[in-house]
Design a protein. Sequence first.
Length: 153
Amino acid sequence: MALDLFNYSNPRANVLTDDNTILSHFSDAEWTELLKVMERRRFAPGTLILEAGSSDRTLYIIAAGDVDVVATTTAGVQHLAVIGEGSVFGEMAFFDGGPRSADILARGEVEVLALQQDRFEQLVAWHPRIATKLLMDLGRVLSRRLRHVNQLV
């Protein structure tokens, strides 16, 4: 079950695309174990999935659909990106416990796989190799997104 890293439709968000998968190297058995600690959630079009400033350490993988990433800045409301199926969001708060940095809105029908921090800790205890592989892929996602932002500056 290969998942795309991210699918930005914003022309300014021309992200490196040499390896756009997350968890593509997971075996069926590893996916089975990962899915045991994740929760499926569905959202109707236009639903606010995450609110900027909120406190929540849940990580999300988009199983179906697309989401908008929107931030309110001193310049007003800015559409930052579209993230598509197979991508992740919520990774910053997942790692650092800080407040959410942007609003995430369902563009259409959206289904996500949610991984709460306490469930991740169970994964670490039960399947440390799977947790390590997940962390390495998330680190790659963060690194690519940071490189992209650096290119815009």
